[in-house]
Design a protein around this ligand. Structure first.
Ligand code: NAD
Length: 499
C-alpha cells in the first residue's frame, strides 16, 4: 500500500508520529493509501523552517514572485490530466468535474500573477506642507490554510496562491481524505521555482489543526470546511491573536417563480443539486417553487431528468453524471438523513435508497433522491446533507420564498429563476446571502471577484480570492514623511568649469 508523506522544505518527508489515516478509493471502497497524521512537533518544525525561509521571499520583488506563479500555471495546464485522475481516484468525482476543480484554482493563480499591481500602495503628494503620505502592503510572515475534501485542488490554490504572491510562507493542512493532489501541487510549485520552505504541506487531523491554532508564529489562518469546525477554528484562532477567516457549510435555496422557464429551471436544478453527488458548498439543496402550480410543473419536469442520471465511477465514460460519496461514513450520514425525512413526513418522490451498482457494491455510491412537501422544521431542511438529495419546499408567495432563504442559518449562495427583472433585482438586494444567482444556479464568482458566504457560512472579515485575498494576506503600513529642507537650499549642485 502507498504511504503518503508531508512536503517539507521542498521534499517529500515521511511522517514520524506513527499515526495514519486511510485514504479510500470511494468507487470500490478499498483503502488505496495511508496518509501520515502530523504531531504537534512535526507541525511546529514545519512552521519554524517556513519562518526561516520567508524573509528572503518577502523581500523578493513581487514581479519575480509572480513569475513563479506564471510558470506554475503552465505546469498545471501541462499536468491537467494527471492531476484530474489523481483527484478523481481519491475524491470520486467525474474527470470533467475534477478538471473544473483544478481549473477554478488555476484561475486564482492567474489572478495572483497581478501581484505587482495588487500590492501597490496609495500615495498622497503634499498631504501637508512638504509632507507625503503613502501606504505599503507587507506580508504577514507565516500563514496557514486548512482545507476540505470536496475541492482538493481548487481550495488549496485559493489559499496558497495569494498568500505566496503577497510574500508569505504558507502551511497547507489539506483534508486527510484526499491529500495526494495538494502534494502534487507542491511538487509543481517547486518545479516552477518556488524556494524551499515557502510552501509546506503538513498532513494531519485535529492534532495538526490545533498545533496551527496554538503556534505563535502562524499569523493568519484561512479555513474552509463544515460550520462547527469553522466556528471552533475562528474562536480559538482569534483568541490566540491571529487573523482568521473561516468559510463553513451551506443550504442553498433556489427560488422558482411562476414565470420562469420550467425546462431551464429543471435542467439547472438537476446539475446544481446532483452534480458532484451534491458534495459542493454551492450545490442547490433546496428548491422553492412559488405557487402549487409551479411546484407541480417543476416536479413533473424534474423526475424524468433525475431518473436518467448516470451514476458510476469516474472511469465509467464521458457521460457519467456523478460518482460516489467520499467515505462510507458520508454515505451512512446521508442515508440516515433521508430516513429522517421520510419519518418526519416529507414525500420522497424519487427514492434512491436501494441504488446498487453492479461490480461496485462496496463503493460509496448513493442514488439520487427528490423530496417534495419539505417543511422548515424537518432535519433534512435544517441540516446540510451534502449528498444527492434535493428538498422541495413549496412557498405560496415570493415574500414567503424570500423569507425561507433569509431565515435559514446558512447564507452561502442562493438563486432565483424568473423572467421579471424587478423581482430578481429585489431578491438580490434584500436577501441576506453572500452569493446570488439570477437564472444562474451555482453563482460561484470568478477569480477577480471574491467568494464568501454570510451568516453561519462565513466567519471573520474579507472573502476568499480576488482583491480581498491581497488584503487578508498583507498588513497595511502607512508612512507620513517630511524631508526638512537642507542640502537643496545650501548645497552646490552645478557642474562648474574650473576658473
Ligand atoms: P470538515 O469540517 O470535516 O474538514 C475541514 C478541515 O478541517 C479538514 O482539513 C479537516 O482535517 C479539519 N478538521 C476536521 N475535524 C476537525 C476537528 N475536530 N478539529 C480541527 N480540525 C478538524 O469539512 P469537510 O467534510 O472536509 O468538507 C465539507 C464541508 O466544507 C461542507 O460543510 C461544505 O459546505 C464546506 N465547504 C465550504 C465551502 C465554502 O467556501 N463555504 C467550500 C467548500 C466546502
Amino acid at each position: 500500500m502507498q504511504e503518503l508523506t508531508h512536503w517539507i522544505d521542498g521534499a517529500h518527508v515521511k511522517g514520524t508520529s506513527g499515526r495514519f489515516a486511510d485514504v479510500f478509493n470511494p468507487a470500490t471502497g478499498e483503502v488505496q493509501a495511508r496518509v501520515p497524521l502530523a504531531s504537534t512537533a512535526e507541525l511546529d518544525a514545519a512552521v519554524a523552517s517556513a519562518a526561516k525561509a520567508q524573509p528572503k521571499w518577502g523581500a523578493t520583488n513581487p514581479q519575480r514572485r509572480a513569475r513563479v506563479l506564471m510558470e506554475f500555471v503552465r505546469l498545471l495546464n501541462r499536468d491537467m490530466d494527471k492531476l484530474a485522475e489523481a483527484l478523481s481516484r481519491e475524491h470520486g468525482k467525474t474527470i470533467p468535474d475534477a478538471k473544473g476543480d483544478v481549473q477554478r484554482g488555476l484561475e486564482v493563480v492567474e489572478f495572483c500573477i497581478g501581484a505587482p499591481q495588487m500590492l501597490k500602495g496609495d500615495f498622497t503628494d503634499s498631504a501637508g506642507p512638504g509632507i507625503d503620505m503613502y501606504s505599503m502592503r507587507q506580508p504577514l510572515g507565516v500563514a496557514a490554510g486548512i482545507t476540505p475534501f470536496n475541492f482538493p485542488a481548487m481550495i488549496p490554490m485559493w489559499k496558497l496562491a495569494p498568500a505566496i504572491a503577497c510574500g508569505n510562507a504558507f502551511i497547507l493542512k489539506p483534508s486527510e481524505r484526499d491529500p495526494s493532489v495538494p502534494l502534487m501541487l507542491a511538487e509543481l510549485l517547486k518545479e516552477a521555482g518556488l524556494p524551499d520552505g515557502i510552501l509546506q504541506v503538513v498532513n494531519g487531523d485535529k492534532e495538526a489543526v490545533d498545533a496551527i491554532l496554538d503556534n505563535p508564529t502562524v499569523a493568519a489562518i484561512g479555513f474552509v470546511g463544515s460550520t462547527p469546525i469553522a466556528e471552533y477554528i475562528y474562536g480559538r484562532g482569534c483568541t490566540n491573536g491571529k487573523r482568521v477567516q473561516c468559510f463553513g457549510g451551506a443550504k442553498n435555496h433556489m427560488i422558482i417563480m411562476p414565470d420562469a422557464d420550467m425546462d431551464q429551471a429543471a435542467d439547472a436544478l438537476v446539475g446544481a443539486g446532483y452534480g458532484a453527488a451534491g458534495e459542493r458548498c454551492m450545490a442547490i439543496s433546496v428548491a422553492v417553487p412559488v405557487g402549487d402550480g409551479t411546484a407541480d410543473k417543476l416536479i413533473e419536469k424534474l423526475v424524468p431528468r433525475i431518473e436518467k442520471l448516470k451514476i458510476a465511477p469516474y472511469t465509467g465514460g464521458n457521460d457519467v453524471d456523478y460518482g460516489p460519496l467520499v467515505t462510507a461514513e458520508a454515505k451512512r450520514r446521508v442515508l440516515g438523513l433521508v430516513e429522517s425525512g421520510v419519518e418526519q413526513g416529507a414525500k420522497l418522490v424519487v427514492d434512491g435508497r436501494n441504488f446498487n451498482l453492479q461490480g461496485y457494491e462496496d463503493g460509496f455510491f448513493v442514488g439520487p433522491h427528490l423530496f417534495d412537501h419539505v417543511t422548515p422544521d424537518m432535519e433534512i431542511y435544517r441540516q446540510e446533507i451534502f449528498g444527492p438529495v434535493l428538498c422541495t419546499v413549496r412557498a405560496q408567495t415570493y415574500e414567503e420564498a424570500l423569507k425561507l432563504a433569509m431565515d435559514h442559518e446558512y447564507g452561502n449562495g442562493t438563486a432565483i429563476f424568473t423572467r421579471d427583472g424587478d423581482t430578481a433585482r429585489d431578491f438580490a438586494n434584500r436577501v441576506n446571502v453572500g452569493m446570488i444567482g439570477i437564472n444562474v444556479p451555482i453563482p460561484v464568482p470568478l477569480a477577480y471577484h471574491t467568494f464568501g458566504g454570510w451568516k453561519k457560512s462565513g466567519f471573520g472579515d474579507l472573502n476568499q480570492h480576488g482583491p480581498d485575498a491581497f488584503r487578508f494576506y498583507t498588513r497595511t503600513k502607512t508612512v507620513t514623511s517630511r524631508w526638512p529642507s537642507g542640502l537643496k537650499e545650501g548645497g552646490e549642485f552645478h557642474f562648474r568649469a574650473m576658473d
